[in-house]
Every structure is written in C-alpha cells, then in structure tokens.
Design a protein. Structure first.
Length: 208
C-alpha cells in the first residue's frame, strides 16, 4: 500500500496541474459586463435634420473576460423597448477623454471601464420618450460568435413628470445606480448639447 501512495500523490498533482492550466490558460471564458453606474437617454446633439433632436443612449460600465483568454469584441449595440415599441441604437462610440467609433475592442480579465454612446442609425429612425416602463438590453458580438449575445438587461421607468420635462429638446434623463437600494434613481437635466466632432458627423452621413 505504501508503494502506491507516491504514485497516487503524483497522479493527483498532475490532475490538479492540468485543471489549473485549463482554467487559467486554455478556457475560453465569456464576455461579461457590470451593472452600468449611469444610464442617460436623451438628445445626441447631432444636427442631422431640421426636426427634433435624435435620441441616444449613454452608459458607463466595465466589460471583462471570465478567463485569461482575451475577448475580441466586434460590435456592441443596445435595444430599447417600451411596450411593443422596440428600437436598436446601433452606432457605437466609446471612450472617456477621447471618443472613438466602435470598430473592435480587446477585453481581458482585468476589464475595460469606459463610457459607451449608442446612437440611432441615419435612416430616419426616431424614438419618442413617453411615460412608461422601458427595457434596456445590451448586446455584443465577438469575432468568434455567429450572432450577437445579450450581455445585460435592466428595467427603467419614465414617469409622467419626467416625460413632460423631456419635451424640451435639450433635456435628457439620467438613471444613477444606487448600490445600497439596488435600483436606479432618475432625474431630468436640461443643457445645451455640444455638437459632435466632424468625424462622427461624417460616420452618421451628415454634411456640414
């Protein structure tokens, strides 16, 4: 029996090493995101027409990989739903001090925390902010994925009072996450919107 003990210990050590190597080095893992600390829905400030301001969705979150394998993100978009009305915000712009048009992002286990802006496509789409319950979904497509996968889903509410304040074309609504209450607190803010940079206008098909 004593002769088998070193062999058993060696076998268990080898199995442990193989499991550790798979978990830390070879496991593909998945792409995840944290609860957004802030969500903004309001005008994007781009003069794409002489009509009302176009709506955008802004949020701040941390994207991270569940393994040491980096996740290569090809695209991200959000879907906003109120009742039976659904709208995709498919133009993805991200960054903090400097914004860049989303065209790929490498996300490691340590994560990438930044601001994400999602704008409506330049095809005449509009989305009115009426009172009611909204469902906000975030989707991402990695290079190895056949189709986008849902990363996050959250409920937001616009009250009658909020909706009246949002009739101002420069007004947008902020949802700030309260970690103690595990819920969003909303407030409407009115401010002049700064025009986006020329490269973003060009990407949206806007001529100055």
């Amino acid at each position: 029996m004593q002769d088998w003990l070193p062999i058993l210990i060696s076998a268990l050590a080898m199995v442990t090493s193989l499991i550790t190597a798979w978990v830390t080095l070879f496991r593909r893992g998945s792409l995840r995101m944290t609860q957004p600390t802030v969500v903004f829905i309001g005008p994007d400030g781009s003069p794409r027409s002489d009509g009302p301001q176009h709506t955008k969705v802004f949020l701040r979150t941390l994207l991270f990989s569940t393994s040491r394998t980096r996740q290569t993100v090809e695209s991200i978009y959000v879907n906003l739903q109120r009742g039976e009305s659904k709208q995709n915000f498919s133009i993805w712009v991200y960054g903090d001090d400097r914004l860049a048009r989303g065209s790929g992002l490498s996300v490691g286990q340590e994560g990438v925390a930044c601001n994400h802006h999602f704008l409506l496509p330049n095809d005449g789409s509009t989305f009115a902010l009426l009172p009611g319950r909204y469902l906000l979904r975030v989707f991402a497509k990695r290079v190895r994925d056949a189709s986008p996968r849902q990363l996050h889903e959250t409920d937001l509410t616009i009250t009658e009072k909020n909706a009246q304040e949002l009739q101002n074309k420069n007004a947008g609504i902020y949802f700030d996450w309260g970690p103690d209450q595990q819920a969003y607190q909303s407030h409407v803010e009115v401010r002049p919107m700064e025009p986006p940079p020329d490269w973003l206008l060009k990407a949206m098909g806007v001529e100055k």
